[in-house]
Design a protein around this ligand. Structure first.
Ligand SMILES: Nc1ncnc2c1ncn2[C@@H]1O[C@H](COP(=O)(O)OP(=O)(O)OP(=O)(O)O)[C@@H](O)[C@H]1O
Length: 246
């Protein structure tokens, strides 16, 4: 199976400090992957590079069937090419309803010149309802987003990202601040989303990672230290030494 995203030999230094060191990583078109590793391992910087926020000093980042060079694209172009990123803190519009937030995301997903003249059509309302249902908010369409729980806000933001139909979703610490029930629902959502797209989850919560039941990549000092099932990587002596044993 050809990779959807292929990162090879990337390095980046900040003031002489190598945050990413000859990192290679690839993910398939419908794959769920957890990325773990100690603080400062380079997880955020890795996502910054894939989304175009940070430029690597060397290496390649190739995207899609045509192996497009992502390093030639800016952040907006990369987002339009199908890479969505969910940050840890939800950034929904609290005064707007769930439906309004989703509709705004649908509108934003249009080409810039179309946004100016865009008016929602019946199909767009149906799409908003479908997105809400997909993220477990079908019963909350008319609720103000500010009234939602932390977990529900996170799901709404994922729904807003889905409006852009990303082929790769990068999700930063989704379990943080969630109740156990919310975490379980989030696991189910991410597993479901990865049936039709690639999903990369950066997470510190090992119970959450275990429930994702997916391939795990362990980063350390900007490189891949181990990769495989969670049982495989957690039995690795070096992983225990630098991460789990602390
Ligand atoms: N813009 C920057 N300028 C200077 N140093 C940076 C910058 N961004 C990241 N770093 C450094 O690069 C290293 C990797 O950071 P990064 O945030 O990618 O790690 P992380 O694995 O996401 O850590 P955490 O689990 O704490 O979020 C750290 O030592 C960090 O201090």
């Amino acid at each position: 199976m050809k990779a959807l995203l292929e990162v090879s030999g990337i390095s980046v230094s900040f003031d002489g400090f190598r945050a990413i060191n000859n990192l290679s990583f690839s993910i398939g078109p419908a794959e769920l992957r957890a990325v773990i590793g100690p603080n400062g391992a380079g997880k955020t910087t890795f996502m910054d590079i894939v989304t175009g926020k940070t430029r690597p000093d060397e290496g390649r980042v190739l995207w899609g069937e045509k192996s497009v060079n992502l390093l030639r694209m800016n952040e907006a172009q990369i987002a339009r090419a199908g890479i969505g990123r969910k940050f840890q803190r939800p950034t929904v519009f609290e005064d707007q309803s769930v439906a309004e937030n989703l509709m705004m995301a649908l509108k934003a997903a249009r080409a810039p010149w179309k946004v100016l003249v865009w008016r929602p059509r019946p199909a767009d309302h149906a799409r908003v309802a479908a997105l809400a249902a997909q993220v477990g908010l079908a019963d909350s369409l008319t609720r103000k987003s500010g009234e939602l729980s932390h977990g529900q806000k996170q799901w709404l933001e994922i729904g807003m990202l889905l409006a852009q139909e990303p082929r790769l979703l990068l999700v930063d610490e989704p379990a943080a601040g969630m109740t156990l029930a919310e975490r379980e629902q989030t696991t189910a959502l991410l597993v479901d989303l990865a049936k039709t797209r690639a999903v990369v989850v950066v997470e510190h919560d090992m119970d959450f990672v275990r429930r994702l039941n997916c391939r795990v990549t362990v980063l350390h000092e900007g490189s891949v230290l181990a990769e495989g099932s969670l049982d495989h990587v957690t039995a690795d002596r070096q992983v225990i030494e630098v991460y789990l044993g602390r």
